[in-house]
Design a protein around this ligand. Structure first.
Ligand SMILES: [Fe+2]
Length: 546
């Protein structure tokens, strides 16, 4: 059985090919188009997945689509019908896009006449979360902006079955509230949420907590959100109205405007109120499912600070490497527990890399090295406070660089965080960096309950000497690395440990300001040359500027 999974037309479009239940290839469209969170039909991703799987379009037995267009249409039309005059132009725009975004029409125009199976949006999140876990029984909680109607679901996974127990529907959406305050604080919704989470520990929640709490009406195991503050039902531009400004008594921040203490207080209050609601949900999940395990899915599962709360009710927590809509393209193809590595994207042969490098002869030195020599050399550079762009094998799927398209540095250098933020990534100084640590040593440095291979749980840092990878509140979004996950990266961190006594490296994604994560050797070289990164490694090539 050959399946093609697709997610598209909301954010983070992606495609995946599975053969006989095994994930052969998966990639996000943004990596090809270089448009962050690209939501267009993932034609480049599909083409690459087919090439990688060595098949043609006609060989596909089933196409699995990550949401149900009919149910989505029902939500949109019902919502517009509530305010027909206010939504007149928006409705017209929607009808136009509905026509051009019809999955069946698009796939038929590509010559596909086979089966298209539509899955509920939150089922797709749940399937990716549960089927990539190693549990045969687990609670599943999915939280995001909105799917068709659903914004939150609680399910039970048992063997190969996922049974939904409870859902919360639009317009009651924790994800949309988070995005709204993100936009209120002058950051891009569906993108800037990390920034708000990073900003939160710089303030305290007191000033705005009760105001944000008053937006909710908590019922026994659900909540509703008072719509008088929001435009979610009638606008696709600004997500809030003047009532929210009056409630908060704080003007919305324009992008680029100075960040004041009040903005930090609001970020803190949002994170606090989000965590309160998330904790209520977790309690409900526990009482319904009685499971010791939980799988978290949906875009909100990127909130590593809230995720750690799951340990209050559950012994083991699984969060897949791409819990937002991109991962759904993989989730829809899975029907049972499957070991899926995050390294599912393009890789490049030495001959290709060499050919690309030869075009930069007058600007670069390069040298192919054995694994051992390369690792010794790079570990030495890292221990001497050099910044290394580390490009290896197949690229990661999802928002996190997990050691194949990463910028690495020393977490022990107190100046490194400022340098990386200001000089390399050119981003806000308050944003933290994450550490990668050997799984076997994680307990010495970080307070985690179990391995966190996908960097989506924030943990207390136990030591004082990792300043560049420790946030202001003494926490880190840690990634544990073992040999099976990523052998070469493991060996590199191990060597750093042997030299310095601390097997930890700072790991941030290999991209510069506003760029998508590096896909190809050419991009890697161009980005290296245009930045102050000291060393570039592409597979076994050590590359230096002349
Ligand atoms: Fe979603």
């Amino acid at each position: 059985m050959i399946k093609l999974g697709i997610s598209a037309f909301y954010h983070d479009s992606a495609a995946c090919v599975t053969i006989g239940g095994r994930v052969i290839a998966a990639v996000e469209e943004e990596r090809f188009t270089e448009i962050k969170h690209d939501y267009s039909f993932p034609i480049n991703s599909i083409k690459w997945c087919l090439r990688e799987a060595k098949i043609e379009f006609k060989h596909i037995n089933e196409i699995h689509w990550y949401e149900n267009p009919e149910k989505k249409d029902d939500r949109v039309s019902t919502t517009f019908a509530k305010k027909p005059f206010r939504t007149f132009f928006l409705n017209r725009k929607y009808k136009k896009s509905k026509k051009s975004q019809n999955p069946k029409d698009i796939l038929e125009s590509m010559g596909y006449t086979g089966k298209i199976i539509y899955h509920d949006h939150h089922y797709s999140h749940a399937a990716f979360a549960y089927f990539t876990s190693n549990y045969d029984h687990s609670a599943i909680l999915t939280v995001d902006g909105v799917g068709e109607w659903e914004t939150t679901t609680i399910s039970v996974g048992k063997g190969r079955k996922i049974e939904k127990k409870i859902s919360i529907d639009f317009p009651n959406s924790l994800g949309m509230l988070y995005s709204t305050i993100t936009s209120y604080l002058g950051f891009k919704p569906n993108e800037g949420e990390y920034k708000v989470m990073g900003l939160a520990p710089y303030g305290n929640a007191e000033t705005y907590k009760d105001k944000l709490r008053s937006i909710f009406n908590n019922t026994s195991n659900k909540y509703t959100i008072d719509q008088k503050y929001f435009t979610w039902e009638y606008s696709d531009k600004i997500m809030f109205n003047k009532n929210l400004c009056i409630l908060l008594d704080l003007p919305p921040r324009l992008p680029g405007e100075e960040l004041t203490q009040d903005h930090k207080y609001l970020a803190s209050a949002l994170q606090t109120v989000y965590e309160e609601q998330f904790l209520r949900l977790l309690k409900t999940v526990k009482s319904i499912t009685k499971s010791n395990n939980i799988c978290l899915g949906g875009g909100c599962a990127y909130n590593g600070v809230a995720n750690k709360l799951a340990y209050k009710y559950f012994k083991s927590v699984h969060i897949p490497f791409a819990p937002s809509d991109a991962g759904s393209a993989i989730g829809v193809c899975l029907t049972s527990q499957t070991k899926v590595s995050p390294y599912l994207g393009p890789e490049f042969k030495s001959s290709t890399i060499k050919r690309v490098l030869s075009g930069y002869k007058d600007r670069l030195y390069y040298l192919p090295l054995s694994d051992e020599k390369l690792i010794n050399k790079i570990a030495g550079y890292l221990c001497n406070q050099h910044i290394v762009a580390w490009f290896q094998g197949r690229m990661e799927f999802g928002a996190r660089a997990l050691g194949n398209r990463s910028i690495l540095a020393s977490p022990r250098d107190p100046k490194m965080r400022e340098k990386l933020n200001r000089v390399i990534k050119k981003r806000e100084g308050f944003r933290p960096f994450a550490p990668s640590v050997l799984e076997k040593d994680v307990g010495k440095f970080f307070d985690v309950k179990e391995p966190v291979p996908h960097m989506n749980v924030v943990a207390k840092t136990k030591v004082k000497y990792l300043p560049a990878a420790t946030h202001i509140d003494g926490t880190s979004r840690v990634q544990t690395v073992n040999k099976q996950q990523n052998y070469k990266y493991y060996k590199l961190i191990e060597k750093v440990g042997k030299i310095s006594g601390v097997p930890v490296v700072l790991n941030t994604s290999f991209n510069l300001k506003d760029q998508t994560i590096t896909l190809s050797p050419k991009q890697a070289i161009e980005r290296y040359l245009s930045s102050e990164i000291d060393v570039l490694v592409i597979n076994n090539f050590l590359i230096l500027k002349q």
